[in-house]
Write a protein that binds this ligand. Sequence first.
Ligand code: F0G
Length: 481
Amino acid sequence: MTKVKFFSGENIPLEMHKVRIVQKLNLPPVEQRLVAIKQAGCNTFLLQNRDVFMDMLTDSGVNAMSDNQLAAMMVADDAYAGSETFNRLHAKLKEIFGMEFFLPAHQGRAAEHIIAKTFVKPGDVVAMNFHFTTTKAHITQCGGTVEELVSDEGINTQSSCLFKGNMDLDKLQSCIQRNKGHMAFLRLEAGTNLIGGQPFSLENCRVATKLAHDNGILTVLDASLLQDNLHFIKTREAACAHMSIREIARALADCFDIVYFSARKLGFARGGGICVRDKALNDRMMELVPMFEGFLTYGGMSVREMEAITVGLDETMDEDIISQGPQFIRFMTDELIKRGIPVVTPAGGLGCHLNAREFLPHLQGNQYPAGALAAAIYIAGGIRGMERGTLSEQREPDGTEPMAAMELVRLAMPRRVFTLSQVMYAVDRIEWLFKNRHLIGGLRWVEEPGTLRFFFGKLEADSDWQEQLAAAFRRDFGDSL
Ligand code: F0G
């Protein structure tokens, strides 16, 4: 990684790229933001992008693309079957992960659909470090259950553990003993999303997957957030400091039978797919691709996107490129810590994560603190984050509502999209909100869907706290936006 020190001694992340295509932003006044969040049912997924100043909802499909990616899109080979574009993508994946077969899919959850449908039978268990929303939904829809075996440190919001995404190997051992004969597979999620973009170590991955293989259990890597995990292994795992990013990627992939990914994250474009080592496994999944995705040489992706992914995967092997996200996230996290604001530590990949339970200690779990905070951040700054707490969980089949292990608001850092002054703006508005946190109240359901309710469910404030908050903003900021 290129190391640039500032003479001032300040720890400022330096962009290793220049901006050449821009998109104008709109910052509506606070009164308009209040109306917009109410119309969106206090659900940031339902906001219109035109009402959003900083879109920190996700890093999915919204990362900045490079000149080389855009150039590659111009030479795409548009064919339903046997496209050269597909061959180039397949060859790149083979070069990086060393797996012979590749099944394309339109995005990550489509890959999860195919994997779950093929390998999960009713009553089966899938062991994993931590679930992701769409992953769990596909597994439960096939009659399986998920066992989360992340190390206890993983769900400790304030921690100095460098690999919070590690599997607890004792828990894995006992899970395997308890579920002999009906473990569908072991899944490790790189850059573990819902616990704050936290990585696992190569060492932990090797031991966990060996344990599975010794017991005849299939191993699956969710590589959607692999780029962050690669960066963290390189910079935090002493035994890997001498390895190149490419060598680390291969060493990880070597542990697994299947590697799947969302190319909306990995490869800075849009798409997904499943890399498979073994022909028999590949053939079990293959027939589902033309049924649900598209023919085997595009799987629902446009050829232009496939070209962009191929180049993006190469760029993912470049430390200067993949270190940008984690460095910006670390900067933002450190600035928030300086202001006494509760955040998940250590800073991970994907985004900066606020700890809503500590930010809003006066709210009960069933007032959805993370959802309330996400709505408040939008009112305060036109910044769209994402609730990652109880609202993002599913109800149990009997209707009971499990409280999430953590109540987080994720402020995603799409790669190479925001400037440092925009990050400082977000920090400033969150600091103002923290000083006014007593004004923030809870949320209650208005319309609650049965599956993946956080995507399109609607809620409302449980008092007039949102009006109070907007009025306080107007008092403090005068006629400024
Ligand atoms: N696995 C992980 C770890 C993810 O973060 C995601 C998506 C998926 C699978 C599903 O991929 O969206 O292409 O279907 N995460 C997005 C996010 C939605 O905002 O974190 P997809």
